[in-house]
Design a protein around this ligand. Structure first.
Ligand SMILES: [Zn+2]
Length: 384
């Protein structure tokens, strides 16, 4: 056995912890670029805390999943304002933007030099500015991952900027910030969090550290996602989901993902569809195909036993079979009103191209078994 585990410099978790933001910042810098989403009401109390700590700040708004061009703009603004600190307050898109901007500000050359697939794929050569990440959704775990997913509309793909330098120096996870999320966002981001504790658990790169996080994350999603969807103000349920999202980030950054995220990458590049909603629509379909392939070609391997454990944890029933676990998730998806992928304009004609791109996606490499083109087609077709 051999593995590496790397994460954010410091993680602070708990209801109300974001109030300490201002005090915690001053050790990192005095001129901050604050990257945030369009919902300014959510960030106002945090900006007040930054002001109270006498940290100068300039805001940079990210409205949607970030593009290469937007991040380049953020880098220029941070350089112009001579920022020595970047703060990301928002969902996964905002935090990914903050991480990318912080990493690129100190590195010479153009953003494309550092991007895989569409650019030169160079490594960041020096550490970026300190980055503080404060998630306001419970889904991506981006506060503890070392990549930023950026869209290039021109190339119709999503690509990752990857570097250990992208790990934030501080992650503040305050479940209170998620209390007002609308049910549809709770549903899609929550199912992304569930996917991100299942895929690293059955991944070929799973390790004992990430296993612990995945098991605990599944347990918490199992008891709290539907509750958070139905009773948004339930702090206990929101706390479970914030932890599950964090655990997903800790796990995927160190054990990889699988076929659901293998599909999510090209779908996100070609269609305007929120990442969480795409993962939600694909999760059970991919699990069904994976399970059948494992039974046929890897019946004595570790993967089958892991799928059975997923079922036991989610259903809370000792005798649950792997199929019971998938059934449990599909019932949850129904209760959470998860639509099929057709909602986002995806149809049969897109399947061959998406399957080709998904087969080559980096997440696909960690899937517990290599799926054939026919199996990938079947899973995607079923998720439409
Ligand atoms: Zn995800």
């Amino acid at each position: 056995m051999a593995f590496e585990f790397a994460t954010a410099g410091r993680i602070i978790f708990g209801p109300g912890t974001s109030k300490e933001l201002g005090t915690l910042l001053t050790q990192f810098g005095k001129r901050a670029l604050v990257v945030r989403g369009s919902d300014s009401a959510r960030t106002r109390p945090l900006l007040a805390s930054i002001e109270a700590a006498k940290v100068d700040h300039f805001c940079f708004e990210v409205h949607d999943e970030p593009t290469v061009e937007q991040v380049a703009e953020g880098v220029s603004q941070a350089r112009r304002e001579e920022s020595n600190l970047v703060i990301g307050i928002g969902g996964g898109s905002v935090i990914d933007s903050a991480k990318a901007i912080a990493g690129l500000v100190t590195n010479p050359g153009a953003i494309l030099d550092y991007l895989e697939v569409i650019g030169k794929g160079k490594q960041l050569s020096v550490p970026g500015l300190p980055c503080v990440a404060i998630p306001t959704t419970s889904g991506t775990g981006a506060e503890v991952t070392r990549n930023s997913v950026l869209a290039s509309p021109e190339h119709k793909v999503k690509v990752s900027l990857r570097s250990p330098y992208l790990l934030p120096c501080l992650a503040i996870v305050d479940p209170k910030l998620t209390l007002d999320l609308p049910p549809s966002v709770t549903a899609s981001t929550g199912l992304d969090a569930l996917t991100q504790v299942i895929e690293p658990y059955v991944s070929i790169r799973a390790n004992p550290v990430t296993d612990g996080f995945c098991i605990e994350g599944m347990r918490r999603v199992g008891r709290s996602l539907q509750r958070a969807f139905e009773q948004g103000q339930d702090l206990q349920a929101r706390e479970d989901m914030a932890l599950a999202s964090l655990f997903g980030g800790l796990s995927l950054a160190n054990a990889g993902l699988g076929a659901v995220h293998g599909f999510a990458a090209p779908i996100g590049g070609m269609f305007h569809a929120p990442h969480g909603a795409v993962c939600a629509a694909l999760l059970t379909r991919v699990m069904e195909v994976n399970l059948r392939a494992i039974r046929e070609r890897l019946p004595d391997g570790e993967a089958l036993r892991r799928y059975e454990l997923v079922a036991v944890i989610l259903t809370g029933t000792e005798k649950a079979t792997a199929a019971d676990g998938i059934h449990w998730i599909s019932e949850l998806c129904k209760a959470l009103q998860i639509p099929g992928l057709r909602t986002y304009g995806i149809s049969e004609v897109d399947i061959p191209e998406l399957v080709e791109k998904a087969a080559k996606a980096s997440s696909m490499k960690a899937n517990p078994i290599v799926l054939t083109r026919d199996e990938l087609t079947e899973a995607l077709q079923a998720a439409l």
